[in-house]
Design a protein around this ligand. Sequence first.
Ligand SMILES: [Zn+2]
Ligand SMILES: [Zn+2]
Length: 296
Amino acid sequence: MERGTKEAVPGAPRSGIDAVRPETLRIGGLRLEGVSRAGEETWLRVHPPGLAFDVGRGALQLAGSACLFITHGHLDHALGVPYVLSQRSLHHEAGTRVFCPRAVAGAMRDLVAAAARLEEVDYDYELVPFAPGDRVDVGRDLAVEAFATDHVVPSLGYHLWRRRRRLRAELRDRSGEEIAALRAAGQEVTETVEDLALSYCGDTGPGVFDREPRLFGAGVLVVECTFVGEGLEEKGRRYKHLHLADLAARAGRFDNRAIVLTHLSRRHRRSDLEEEIRRVLPELAERVHVLIGERG
Ligand SMILES: [Zn+2]
Ligand SMILES: [Zn+2]
């Protein structure tokens, strides 16, 4: 057989692997767009402010994202960093900030540097090593904070906080006229509060719920669910991924407006997960969404 023909090569992957199209969810004033399949690719664009949580193997849809938050070094989440930087430099986008766990920052810098040498260009970017508790503003009223997750390699999750002004709590019973009078007298009548708009966990085992119990109060909780069904609980534990049973065991604690499940193993179909959600999480089913991408 000549090189370059399209005939199947024994042992090679089937050429008929379906392309995966991103899917979009709109929840609580946020638009989430992404693809997430274990071992294949995981990226999520969150708007506002248009940032990326993980970049998959390099999604074109992320070329507009000025901030890339990488959860860990596995290539289905992180390989796309140089590609997104390359696309952004092609389109003359402004500088990009790439956030990643401190322990993988050196390797990430090397990966990007190798890509820049291949292309003979310089990417306008800043690499920011992050640790749990580190925070950065990503918009006028938005900030991202890192938290610890529970994976087999150094890993982080990210919270998206939204600041808003509200009437100070002690003034809530006052009339409009009284408040106007206080304001006219130069008193501060409002205060800033922060809401946890969204939490993104990346890859994680169930230890994340002990390390970061604030997850249960996030408006939108984006959490992986790699495995469903009997017999796979041990696999989840070994590779530090979540099984639907891990979520069911904590069903009563989720105060979230929405729970978005990602990172489903390729051994499962979407319908397998949806059926299991109805069976083992009936009390949460209305609030649970699946975001894994659509097979084309
Ligand atoms: Zn993964
Ligand atoms: Zn991983």
